[in-house]
Design a protein around this ligand. Structure first.
Ligand code: ZN
Length: 136
């Protein structure tokens, strides 16, 4: 069984935004040459999140606004005694930062509207997404 690894480097431009990395992920999996196996995506950051969802502009704004409703940027957070980004850590903890998906006959098993969206909450900054593929 083969294993393959790559990091997709990208930059975010705003404090809070979504970034669609679907094209980059699909091309990385193609590059791996694995046609049947598992895709593991890990966003190695504590103030951003990774989710699968539709890359429609309104929905992408809805996701950001709903996260702000649930976890406002300013609040009485303990972490803000030493930093200013508790809300970003909490949103990352809530949404999560990794996904595992099957690859079957050269295609990643995902829904039509399941794009790979990074939810930035503490930008702008340099980020990376780790892509690990195993299979044959
Ligand atoms: Zn912090």
């Amino acid at each position: 069984m083969k294993t393959w690894f790559k990091e997709i480097a990208f930059s975010t431009r705003q404090q809070r935004e979504t970034v669609d990395l679907t094209e980059e992920v699909l091309s990385a999996v193609g590059e791996s040459g694995v046609r049947n196996g598992l895709l593991v995506l890990q966003l190695p950051h504590a103030t951003a999140a990774l989710t699968l969802n539709e890359s429609e502009d309104g929905l992408r704004r809805d996701i950001l606004e709903k996260l702000d409703d649930l976890i406002p940027v300013r609040g009485r957070y303990q972490h803000d005694r030493i930093d200013t980004n508790a809300h970003a850590h909490l949103k990352s903890a809530l949404v999560g930062s990794s996904v595992v998906l099957p690859i079957v006959d050269g295609s990643i098993i995902r829904g039509t509207w399941q794009n790979f969206l990074v939810i930035e909450q503490d930008g702008p900054r340099r980020r990376r997404l780790a892509v690990f593929v195993m299979g044959e």
